[in-house]
Design a protein around this ligand. Structure first.
Ligand code: URA
Length: 261
């Protein structure tokens, strides 16, 4: 009998396996015993492909789409945040999508003066489909509250990557490059006055450089906007002694906002 598993490609199968391991699976045992001697030599999808091809017909390699060019085209055609979200849902070039449960697009108030750019969703964000809802997100909310900001009222939040990387690994340079056109369009459509970029991945995507310890707290320019890099809240959870610097950066942000009201 044909099953849905016959149609899995390598990446989907791998993402499913990693997900099960994350849930605690340590062995691969099926519900029923399998007589491997009775199985066909080839995977069913290979047999199907062979049956549809004429013997001797050379198989032309599928033309490779350029993921960055495809992202530029898709992002450019989005005229609103809703259509941008739909364009990202439809984008098929990022392998991370296959292992993620949900697209994490944004949270907060579009049109706010402050837009925060985080790195990538973690486990909780992947489950809920909203950025910064785990422990780091709770710390972020407290940090914002300390200077009179909140996502309910006056902050808009997104991430460089909308899909959770497996085991929360760092995004790869090609993944950042292919999602950057979407981020650029996201910022243009949300029209913030100021960008707050949290952590090295966000600095890489927005400024093209890393080194958050040197960059933090210093105003610069990125995506045609004033940008302030800050330590990522997850980094602050692991390094609580750096909260003093984070507080200084928050005050810097507040001073800029107050000066321009
Ligand atoms: N870290 C991020 O950078 N973004 C999230 O949404 C959650 C954790």
């Amino acid at each position: 009998m044909e099953s849905a598993l016959d149609h899995l490609d390598h990446y989907t199968a791998r993402a499913l396996l990693e997900w099960q391991m994350e849930l605690g699976a340590t062995e691969t045992i099926g519900d029923a015993p399998v007589d491997r001697y009775a199985l066909p030599d080839e995977a069913p999808w290979l047999a199907r492909r062979a049956a549809t091809e004429q013997p001797g017909t050379p198989v032309a390699p599928a033309p490779k789409a350029d993921p960055v060019a495809a992202a530029h085209a898709a992002a450019k055609s989005a005229a609103s945040l809703e259509t941008l979200r739909a364009a990202m849902e439809a984008y098929e070039h990022c392998e991370l999508k296959k292992g993620a449960r949900k697209l994490v697009f944004s949270d907060g108030q579009p049109g706010s003066r402050v837009m925060i750019v985080g790195e990538a969703p973690g486990r909780e964000e992947d489950r809920e489909g909203r950025p910064f809802v785990g422990r780091a997100g709770q710390l972020l909310d407290r940090m914002l509250e300390a200077i009179g900001l909140s996502r309910a009222e006056n902050v808009y939040i997104t991430n460089v990557l909308p899909w959770r990387p497996p085991q929360n690994r760092d995004p790869k340079p090609d993944e950042i490059a292919m999602m950057k056109p979407f981020l650029e369009r996201h910022v243009a459509l949300a029209q913030p006055e100021i960008l707050v970029i949290m952590g090295n991945i966000s600095c890489d995507a927005v400024l093209g450089r890393r080194g958050i310890t040197r960059l933090r707290g210093i105003w610069t320019q990125g995506l045609d906007l004033p940008v302030i890099p800050m330590f990522h809240p997850a980094y602050l959870l692991r390094n609580p002694h750096l909260k003093r610097e984070a507080w200084a950066d928050l005050l810097e942000l507040k001073a800029r906002l107050d000066a321009r009201t």
